[in-house]
Ligand binder design. Structure first.
Ligand code: NAD
Length: 360
């Protein structure tokens, strides 16, 4: 259990270094950031979606400092893709990495930074929050494993709200719930602390307010700004404290069963919260409070479903016959969790998530 409301418990907290620029049109400041770091040769990463317009804007903003562009990023950071991109990086004598994109692009930037120790400037275009964490998830031979290293923490984050206007409502929703998941698990983390817990509540509240507005009007500037702020705050929570059952389940489902990342978070989160309500009631009450609801798990389920998001593992590509294997993988080497991770209860959780049941 984490902090109680009334009595301050003992805690430890190590702040992560972070330089953050947040605003509209901040992409124009990337070259200045590069110069401030004393760098001159940027290896630029983006994903296929941003390969044309946004990449062109970024290359223009970088001017002579942009030496090579790679659009190879794919989800779950497969090690073989990273090795291929490493060859391009080595060939252009870059002295820093600039990445524009979602968690997949930032994951690739981190994987390159781990291998080269080059500094990173990242411009997030989704709400995944990876930019604020020293965590890298890499997939090798169908197994996703995470490492925590300061070498992968980006040195500079440039949040340009305008880059998120084109994020389709359906992706915005699941990406935002992915961010909320970071904050939820921060509230009941073994190493929870009062700073991250209050940020977590702020992040959940900001995204809980913004996501329905974005779904009904993707061009809503203030909702987009709220959501991106929420993403930073929630990512910072993930960066500062540990993960538990929810992230373990999502790593198994994404890494081993290739389910889409943010959609998986969206389906699993209400069930993980319901599972943990018995072991972390104060934290779960704070989630409900941040969402302005009485019941955290149901409010998270409703946030997804009433805004057109996925409700079941079945609809995002899970096979029923894989539920047993996923259960085994989840209980084999569990992350610390406020409620013991029990095989039968996890199997039931996955079955409920598979069928899209509203949590009780
Ligand atoms: P993503 O980066 O794959 O993006 C999802 C889709 O949205 C892609 O098709 C992309 O091209 C598109 N897209 C992104 N930004 C867009 C925009 N502004 N407009 C239009 N389309 C846009 O997905 P994601 O959910 O952001 O990231 C998932 C990956 O990030 C996973 O590999 C996950 O493990 C990793 N992740 C890591 C951490 C961490 O701390 N290490 C945290 C969260 C996520």
């Amino acid at each position: 259990m984490s902090l109680s409301e009334n009595a301050m418990e003992a805690f430890q907290y190590t702040a992560l270094p972070a330089r953050v620029l947040f605003g509209f049109g901040t992409i124009a400041k990337v070259a200045d950031e590069l110069v401030s770091m004393g760098r001159k040769r940027a290896f630029v990463l983006t994903d296929p979606h941003h390969a044309t317009a946004a990449a062109a804007r970024l290359m223009l903003a970088l001017g002579e400092f942009g030496v090579q562009l790679s659009t190879d990023a794919v989800m779950h950071t497969p090690a073989d893709v990273t090795e291929r991109v490493m060859e391009k990086l080595a060939a252009c004598d870059a002295d820093c990495i600039v990445a524009l994109g979602g968690g997949s692009t930032i994951g690739l930037a981190k994987a390159l930074a781990l291998r080269t120790d080059l500094p990173q400037i990242v411009l997030p275009t989704t709400y995944a929050g990876s930019e604020a964490t020293p965590v890298l998830g890499e997939t090798r031979d169908g197994q996703k494993s995470t490492i925590r290293s300061m070498q992968v923490l980006p040195e500079v984050i440039v949040y340009d709200v305008e880059l998120t206007y084109g994020l389709p409502p359906a992706i915005s929703l699941v990406s935002g719930i992915n961010a909320i998941a970071h904050a939820v698990e921060a509230l009941y983390a073994k190493d929870a602390n009062p700073i991250m817990s209050s940020l977590a509540e702020q992040g959940i509240a900001a995204l809980g307010r913004a996501l329905p507005r974005i779904v009904s009007n993707p061009a809503d500037r203030s909702a987009r700004a709220d959501a991106l702020f929420g993403a930073w705050v929630c990512g910072s929570c993930l960066g500062a404290v540990g993960m538990s059952l929810h992230h373990k389940l999502c790593h198994v489902l994404g890494g081993t069963f290739s389910l889409p990342h943010a959609e998986t978070h969206t389906v699993i989160l209400p069930h993980a919260v319901a599972y943990n309500a018995a072991g972390a009631s104060t934290a779960i009450d704070r989630v409900a409070r941040a969402l302005g609801a009485d019941h955290a798990a149901q409010a998270l389920f409703d946030l997804a479903v009433t805004n057109g998001g996925p409700r079941s593992l079945r609809e995002i590509g899970m096979s029923y016959s894989d539920l047993d294997g996923a259960t085994e993988a989840a209980v084999k080497s569990p992350y610390w969790n406020p409620r013991p991770v029990e095989r039968n209860a996890i199997r039931k959780l996955l079955e409920d998530a598979y069928n899209g049941h509203r949590p009780l």
